[in-house]
Design a protein around this ligand. Sequence first.
Ligand code: HEC
Ligand code: HEC
Length: 292
Amino acid sequence: MVWRVIIGTFSVVLTMVVFGFVAVTEQDRMASFERAYNSRTIEAGAALFQNNCVSCHGDQGQGGAGPALNAVDLFNGVRLKEIGWQGTLEAYLRGAINAGRPRASAAFQNDPQRMPAWGQANGGPLRSDQVESLVAYIMNWSEAFKDASGKIPTATATPNPNAVGSDINVELPAGDAANGQLLATAKGCTSCHVAAAPGASLVGPAWMADQSPDGKGVGTHATERPATAEYTGKAASPEQYLLESIIQPSAFIVPGGTTYGVNGQSTMPAVYPQQLEKQEVADIIAYLLTLH
Ligand code: HEC
Ligand code: HEC
């Protein structure tokens, strides 16, 4: 009888302790559950991004044939303002991924590759939970742009004093071809200029001799094109021809490609004068000159 009382009392106390513990830790558990859930969603998004998006947006979201998504102006509202979007960024991303971007924004109006529709409701391959994972993955990039107070600076960055600019008479330092080769991939150039598989079609002129219809590489073209009758640019040397191609792509549009330009506007993005530094352009030019 005494034992039953003791055991009974003990189990009541034990139950209270357990419940009390659960109640106290419930919030923590919810938070860590949410964290685990979010990180699984982001991981799923990362895998979907690698499989479907890197060919145009770059493997780190740095951009290529499509705009950079891992970019401060996407997260601080500057880009949404340009487009005239009133809603949240998540809603914009969800809409862009689901339905594509049928009306290309000004910077991409000549881009032959449009943002495809990915949502099943729009005839694409992805379920809505997969689109949500992609939204979570892209939103996660915003973390890197937050300052100490958790805000993303909106002031447009002061122009980089080392940016190459758009004057083809700019003085460039000596270039490092090996670094230029790495930059050509990191900056997304190769997505338009180097075929990933033999015979794959390219948006821009082939850099590699064995992918080029005339069997010549871009280094040789840089010497030969300025001497042709069609040449409309102002370059006086192969180096300057390459510089002009990068910072003033519309000064001369390479003839012969249906995807090279529209109405005198080159398809090559006009972003490099600000995006690339003098040293980076010098390195890329040194690399391109090795491709004969
Ligand atoms: C065939 C190339 C291509 C592929 C593949 C592609 N995109 Fe795009 N994407 C574009 C282009 C081009 C734009 C810019 C359209 C415009 O002018 O607004 C764009 C725009 C976007 C935008 C809007 C960005 C902005 O700044 O307005 C988002 C978000 C986006 N893409 C996400 C994705 C995701 C996620 C995937 C993979 C599921 C993907 N894209 C696959 C070409 C592509
Ligand atoms: C969206 C696709 C695209 C990207 C990305 C791109 N280009 Fe181009 N590029 C083109 C097109 C199209 C042309 C041909 C039209 C013209 O002459 O401007 C071209 C032309 C060139 C030429 C002249 C080639 C020749 O045979 O005479 C050079 C050099 C060049 N690009 C370098 C670069 C470099 C360096 C980068 C990266 C910093 C880059 N491109 C990124 C599309 C692209």
